[in-house]
Design a protein around this ligand. Sequence first.
Ligand code: T1G
Length: 704
Amino acid sequence: MADTKLVRLEKIGAIGVIVVDNPPVNALSPGVPEGILECLDAANADPEVKAMVLIGAGRSFIAGADIRQFGKGRPRPTRRTHDALEASTKPVVAAIHGYALGGGLENALGCHYRMAVVSAKVGLPEVLIGILPGGGGTQRLPRLIGPKAALEMIVSGRHVPAEEARGLAILDAVVPADADLRAEAVRFAERVADKRPLPRVSEMTEKLAEAKREPGLFDAMRKSIARRARNQKAPYNCIAAVEAACTLPFIQGLQRERELFEELENSDEARALRYAFFAEREAAKLPDIPAKTPVRAIATVAVVGAGTMGGGIAMSCADFGLPVKIMDATPEALARGMERVKRNYETSVQRGSLAADEMARRLALIEPVAGYDDIGGCDLVIEAVFEELPAKLPVFAELDRVMKPGALMLSNTSALDIDAIAGATKRPQDVAGSHFFSPANVMKLLEVVKGAESSKETIATAMAFGKRIGKISVACGNCDGFLANRSRAPFNSEMVILLEEGALPEQVDKVMVDFGYPMGPFAVGDLAGLDIGYAGRKRRAEANPNYRKLPIADRLVEMGRFGQKTNAGWYRYEKGDRAPHPDPEVARIIKEVAGEMKVPQRTLDDGEILRRLLFSSVNEACQIIEEAIAYRASDVDVMWLYGFGFPRYRGGLMFWADGIGVREVYNQIALWHQQYGERWAPSPLLRRLAESGTPFREARPPAR
Ligand code: T1G
């Protein structure tokens, strides 16, 4: 009986059970496909075996090819498991729990039958890492469920829950979550052992007729993804591969799929997306917080402050089944906050992205309470009051008074001193920052800020809490602006300074949208409100006489141009319309202020605009790493991807800079340092990286 470390064959009566055992997710790492083939051949050669089950050990079926193997020039397999499974002379039943993704689902599609536990999910998410299903998925899935449904799954890369997958005919059966999947699968296999002909997906063609009835199917999909898939190739190759399934015989279709796959495997887009996949997982590994650090159980949460952020945070918790008590300074403010939460959920229901009964369930988890004495029993509390220390310190003094021992006390501050906040309590070890990004129930980034006295347990628990509510948690040290906003600050200044020299908001925004941002930075500023940045600039200018003022931005705010909320900011807005319109009045103000500042005017090209904005932040990010506020460059990238909309197919700010090269970045910054002065002084770490030729992604804080 074949029994390799990674794949083993067991027999239960006349059923051969092929068990894939490659923790943690049964990826198809080297040795796994070979093991599957060996067990399949052994079972087919064994006269006692009438049928087979393919199942995963541990927590999942097969989560796909081993992504770490891509780009390593692996030899192409001569015999592919999904084809071999399909060609088996005895029926094979795929038994799925956890995930069947990518090559995992493709192997299941090679099987003759597929079943799953109700909690399982299936999908072909290859497009999310810049490639396409290269194991027959683009050819078999359209034959099984029709090209339209297959296109949607493959181009979106989404995970499909088991019940939906059964409705689509991907699964033949779904068993309850507490069922014994292995036993159920063996019984299924016994029932089908003698059934012939074996249902081979590659031979199913009737559903492909859908493409003949709707010839415009593929162009319609191309049009529907045009904005989201800008500058990307993988989504379009996915469409072409499914189209091939509808126009070519199966074998030729497989060949076409292989060609389209090979165009992508080593593309910049695929390399960047693979990097991003691992970067966000690396962020969960904190060098100074051992993985075995105990994590406190978080069953109940409190939120202090029912404003936009507090309400969004409460929703983030309720969305993941966590009961939340929310309070505010007055009953009126609390009522307004609850009304806003309800309206947000109702909007989702109206849009069809949330079922009404689910909205009711989530709302029922959010309990408005009168005050501090109602939240003391919660395991974790998040303060989300006005972004000024004088407002936050009394809150933490009260939390210190009421919260039970061991409760985590987190602040949603985006920049203020965590140590000052912790100092308002007698238990600074339980205090940290948990910076949500607005809107908190939508944005996936959670910036966890370590105070000088935050315990390892507090940080580990805060990170786990973020994951529990569907966030990507990234930890950093305590400084003005922490990692995200501090690395972003030079970008925010440089974009206005470009205007002093002759650029216009619409030119800068177009450069960044063409680069891949969903929205230009000036349009984002109008959305967020220009008055918010203004207060921060004033605070910093008072604290630091050398602070680089931004007179153009200040002038707009002083004229009452706060952005969308006043129908005028960097752009003009028609009443009720959020579309930004270039405003000649803004061009006049820019010229007027630049004249007062006596800045020589010139035409700036798009390349300079892009590099001025991004290099300024690359330089600051190096300084942040130098000061050990960030653990590594990839954490900066994760923050920029999830906090600032940096285009994911470019990997992240530092990954993108590595594409240019550390020396070129340094040389350009050194030139701007001569031209513009201190704000462009290269960080010492950047200089060291350039001198040693070390890429940004290897940048680490100096050993202390
Ligand atoms: N390859 C290598 N490592 C993987 C992996 C994979 N496919 N999937 C997960 N890991 C690692 C991950 O880096 C982490 O490592 C650990 O497993 C736990 O993962 C031919 C070409 C399955 C939904 O894209 O979506 O098949 O940090 O933290 O939150 O057509 O992992 O512990 O060192 O994410 O429970 C297609 C990718 C591949 C699925 C589980 N498949 N994985 O989420 O755990 S291409 C995918 C996921 C392909 C074929 C093509 C998720 C998950 P470490 P985790 P999780």
